[in-house]
Design a protein around this ligand. Structure first.
Ligand code: AMP
Length: 287
């Protein structure tokens, strides 16, 4: 596995790949890799000739009181895992190389951000859109892989790619979970043992909500109440519980078409998110 640390070298490498007709699959991450990240690599390996993974903890997407400084990092371990998973190039740029000077333009995400994490983390998706746009211009991939764990991020990036005609296929990948259902996340290491046990309520509440929908419940308010009652049993602070259309993330009055059920809970040192995207075909409701 090749390790690249400068933008110039990365772009030169990618241009050579493209000129020789090789398809590039790209997996952007913030590192501290786990099976969720690996599942994206697995998919990228299947569909491309060359797989590039980036590890970059992007300061722009963290708020002033968020966990940028203490975001978990372990490059040596990540290198080993990336190599084993079949990554061809690990791109590990420096913050000073990515943001060397005051920018002359600014990307602001207009839609799909006034709810969920966009509402609780102002400016977060502007930071995500900026770094993803930069990484796509540097890595020049044919396909880019994103986890549905961050379903709002997928919706925002799809919009970005459409708006700016970026010639890349955005490939959403399913959420990878621990055995008890907790969605894998780099931040799970910051849960106390008690919180770790409580954290299964996130996925459990989504399962219960799905079951209720399958049994015929069509009112999003009732679904949200059901989820609230389960999340309230944890010591965490509920950030949001939402049932929205997907990918537009608009409010809905009845469960119809593609919807997302999404939750976020702030524990003492980790904010966890989880979601389930489903369609009215999968759930037996009186459409
Ligand atoms: P991160 O390093 O947290 O920025 O995540 C990098 C990519 O991995 C994003 O596209 C995430 O959505 C994806 N990802 C993170 N956790 C999971 C998971 N449990 N299952 C699937 N994809 C994930």
């Amino acid at each position: 596995m090749k390790i690249v640390t400068t933008i110039k070298e990365m772009q030169t490498f990618s241009k050579q790949m493209l000129r020789s007709g090789k398809a590039i699959g790209f997996v952007p991450t913030m590192g501290y890799l786990h099976e969720g990240h690996m599942s994206l690599v697995e998919e990228a390996v299947k569909q491309n000739d060359c797989v590039i993974m980036s590890i970059f903890v992007n300061p722009l997407q963290f708020g002033p009181d968020e966990d940028f400084d203490r975001y978990p990092r372990d490059l040596k371990r990540d290198e080993e895992l990336a190599k084993q998973a079949g990554v061809d190039v690990l791109f590990y740029p420096d913050v000073k190389d990515m943001y060397p000077k005051e920018r002359t333009t600014r990307l602001t995400v207009q839609e799909r951000v006034d709810t969920l994490c966009g509402d609780s983390r102002p400016g977060h998706f502007d930071g995500v859109a900026t770094v993803v746009m930069k990484l796509l211009q540097i890595v020049l991939p044919d396909r880019a892989y994103f986890g549905m764990k961050d379903a709002q991020q997928v919706a925002v990036i799809k919009g970005l790619v459409e708006d700016y005609n970026v010639p890349v296929e955005v490939v959403p990948c399913p959420i990878i979970r621990e055995e008890d259902g907790l969605a894998k996340s780099s931040r799970n290491v910051y849960l106390t043992p008690t919180e770790r046990k409580e954290a299964i309520q996130l996925s459990r509440s989504l399962d219960v909500a799905t079951k209720a929908i399958e049994l015929g419940e069509t009112d999003p308010v009732i679904i949200k109440d059901l989820i609230f009652s389960l999340l309230k049993q944890t010591s965490g602070k509920i950030d949001y519980v939402e049932v929205l259309s997907y990918p537009d993330l608009g409010n809905i009055e009845v469960m119809k078409g593609k919807i997302i059920i999404a939750v976020a809970v702030q524990f003492s040192a980790a904010r966890l998110i989880d979601n389930k995207v489903t369609t009215s075909q999968e759930i037996a409701i009186g459409v």
